[in-house]
Design a protein around this ligand. Sequence first.
Ligand code: FES
Length: 267
Amino acid sequence: MTAAPTGTAASAVGSARARITEPTLRRDAWWVGPVVTVVVLAGFTGYGLWAALRDGNYYADPYLSPFYSPCLTDRCADHATPHILGDVWTLSPAILVLAFPLGFRLTCYYYRRAYYRSFWWAPPACAVPDARARYTGETRLPLVLQNVHRYFFYVAVVFAGLLTYDTMIAFSFPQGLGIGVGTGVLAVNAVLIWLYTLSCHSCRHLCGGGLRQLSRAPVRYQLWRRLSILNRNHMKFAWASLLWIMATDFYIWLVAAGHIHDYHWVA
Ligand code: FES
């Protein structure tokens, strides 16, 4: 049973409380963050659609665009991954590949915050009201499906491994072993993807969660402690890896389409 409010508490919750008619009392530019998020995410969506549907110029030996990795068709002539689809699949192979990293990003706790705020205004910023009066959170369909994020994490680890593999292959030119601008671009991409994946909240929970006493699991504790440092920067890794993956695909497209020359040195 709840006790009736008394004294100061009573006056704070009673009819004496001031009515605020303004939508928000914030006078700073709180809308800048949501607007920037909309612009960047819409830009990435537009670029991603173009990259996934262009179905060509995604491989410039030995570089494979991350949008098409793993290469499932036989169009990546010399790439070392098995082309299990051969020429059976007639649509862009990126459509098959992208569903997994996209699912990981869409259900990411950080991106959820970003797009709930920016696109749905639920709420757009602290101390700014929601665009809609009703709030049901992630307790019912379809948003309850966001809880699959922890399972997408396992898939994301596999994809991070594949991108690392692509980076290793990027040292192997038709003329022999070497290093090129594209090798560096792919290497930075793989590092950022690993940082984004390992800083995931689900990864941190996997290592340190579900324990009554962390001190009884020293290995998991050390792992959790280090991942917590990464986790604090998850937002930065989310944006950096998103933008760099776009830059990587764009660079490989430029080379594959013959718009620029890839400078590389072969031993
Ligand atoms: S919380 Fe962002 S990837 Fe898991």
